[in-house]
Write a protein that binds this ligand. Sequence first.
Ligand SMILES: *Cc1c(COP(=O)(O)O)cnc(C)c1O
Length: 368
Amino acid sequence: MNISLIDLTKQYELIKEELHDSIEEVLKSGQFILGPNVKALEEEIAQYTGNKYGIGVANGTDALVLTLDALGIGPGDEVITSPFTFFASAECISRVGARPVFVDIDPLTYCMDVNQIEEKISERTKAIIPVHIFGQMVDMDPLLEIAKKYGLKVIEDACQAIGATYKGRPAGSIGDAGCFSFFPTKNLGGYGDGGMVVTSDDELNARIRLLRVHGSPKKYYHECLGYNSRLDEIQAAILRVKFKYLEKWNEARREKAALYTQAFKDLPLKTPYEAPYGRHVYHLYVLATSKRDELLSYLKQKGIGCGVYYPLPLHLQPAYKGLGYRRGDFPVAEELCEQALALPLYPELEKEEQQYIIQAVREFFERG
Ligand SMILES: *Cc1c(COP(=O)(O)O)cnc(C)c1O
């Protein structure tokens, strides 16, 4: 068998006709920038995530950058986030001229350890970016309490967590704003780049809308410097087709994740922990084992594609040498980077494929 870590072609085959129709409609309409599909998707995602507004932007990174910019965060400011995430969670902070300050992660959820936030707060701290990693939300209540106490903004990096919940509240509905990515492999992915900010804050909504079109409220009049960062009409049309299936797909991810976890119960490895406070939507199914590299090559040899998320924590990235962090600063994140291994998990993964993967993982540990 040959099973890749992520296979987007199966999903495409399943909804091909609908997708082609939606794309054709856009092509025929001649409207490609900020047309009716972007507007409709913004409303759909806003409603789904419990927000007043959605603002379609070019990608998830820009969703974070524009939000920070709109909040007036810049040089001299500090923003607290996790070192165990995709680079963009911190890059956005540096991009607006502010400084990322990391806190280690919780060894169970792999999200930022909210108990370590307070000690990192200085008079320069302006915001916190909790990252809902792999599809599971950060423990938001204690985080919000700290944010309130110190007057900090909260921007949820929900790029991996569309559809996840925390105590019944959707990802993206809890902070001042939530940021989503529609990168093709995300739980709701387009056929190219795309992103969205959701918020219920009138002022923030207006500001981000302005920023995404060159600071221009009216054609050829510019109130401020902005960006060119818009969600494509074609991508929005595609995403609206796929959005109808999101709940079903997230449920399928959860079922397949539960099957893995059950099948690996007695093995000497760590399966993903599901915090009782929420709904995990398994953007990735990530195991942890001290035999990670051996397991990876064993599975590869069996035709199973695996992935390492993430091989290097952000505080040790060459790009962040200047921040002055060292190995040992965030031991939980560092250890996980050596042990984490993602197995194939997507809604269309077939039963026989998953059984084959389970069998291979069991074999690896049983043969010793
Ligand atoms: C994917 C991702 C992003 C960036 O999204 P893009 O659309 O690729 O720019 C940011 N943060 C996290 C946690 C992500 O997984």
